[in-house]
Design a protein around this ligand. Structure first.
Ligand SMILES: [Zn+2]
Length: 283
């Protein structure tokens, strides 16, 4: 099938809720503002979801975009991040999908809350094994190299037990590419240097999943970048370009960590900080 005309059937698979420090999630935004937008729990954390996408083209490709945090964290880390007792394996089983039938996994980047589900622990075992044994796994070569070198301000987000067991399944992209016919990726730097956005078409038009460029609807303002971003200014520029194109070309965006309505359209608004407003849309 010609990639340019592939119309995908897709759905959001929620691979588990978690919480991160609100100050880190909103960078330079004062708590007086972000706590009004997102709420804060007793530990100053905000609620987040791991939204993954399952795509089917009817021509033999069953594609997963992102994998969530997986099932390998110990009790201490589960508590720090308030990890819901849920991960991508059971989440796919709920919709009748066997992990062995996934043909391709596309990752925006390799932080723990995106790549953690690539491997999992079997019952009564401490060895991490591939979750999608028959899949080709796609990410940017730069992202993989940065992950293996642990080039990050966060020392514990690129975790080798998420990555080493799938080394032989990896296929790398450099810059723009089409890792699966009808799924286009393009660089989206800022959060990491090697992050990529993932784009595809459905019957309604273009859908774009841009990873942590704009993790929740509360990050629509241009100054709302994360303390976790390697280059916040670069992320702001990437986000500005993404919002401008989404508004001009009628894209639907899927927000990776939005716990509420994760599919949105973008509207220009004069006089509003950042200049854009998100309108909930249907998948
Ligand atoms: Zn993330």
């Amino acid at each position: 099938m010609d990639g340019a005309t592939t119309q995908w059937d897709w759905k959001i698979i929620r691979a588990g809720e978690f919480r991160l420090d609100g100050g880190s999630m909103f960078g330079i935004i004062p708590k007086a503002l972000w706590s009004r937008w997102a709420g804060a729990d007793e530990a100053n954390r905000v609620r987040l979801q791991t939204n993954c996408l399952l795509l089917e083209d009817g021509a033999g490709h069953l594609v997963l975009i992102e994998t969530g945090y997986g099932n390998k964290f110990d009790a201490k880390n589960r508590s720090i991040f308030a990890l819901e007792d849920r991960w991508i394996g059971p989440a796919l089983a709920e919709v009748g999908i066997d992990c062995a039938s996934i043909t391709d996994v596309v990752l925006t980047h390799l932080h723990f809350d995106h790549a953690g589900g690539l491997t999992h622990l079997m019952a009564d075992s401490s060895e991490a094994v591939p979750t999608f044994p028959n899949a080709t796994i796609h990410c940017q070569r730069r992202e993989w190299e940065d992950a293996l070198a642990n080039r990050s301000t966060m020392s514990k987000t690129y975790l080798r037990d998420h990555l080493d067991p799938v080394t032989d399944q990896m296929k790398f992209i450099e810059g723009e590419g089409e890792p699966v016919p009808g799924i286009v990726v393009m660089p989206a730097p800022g959060h990491t240097w090697g992050q990529q956005a993932v784009m595809f078409q459905d019957a309604q038009g273009q859908v774009v999943f841009a990873g942590d460029v704009m993790p929740t609807a509360n990050h629509v303002g241009l100054p709302a970048n994360m303390g976790y971003d390697m280059e916040p200014y670069t992320n702001m520029c990437t986000k500005r370009d993404l919002l401008a194109r989404a508004a001009a070309e009628g894209w639907r965006l899927v927000l990776d960590h939005e716990p509420g309505s994760a599919v949105v359209r973008v509207e220009c608004v004069d006089g509003v900080q950042g200049g854009y407003r998100l309108i909930p849309a249907t998948g």
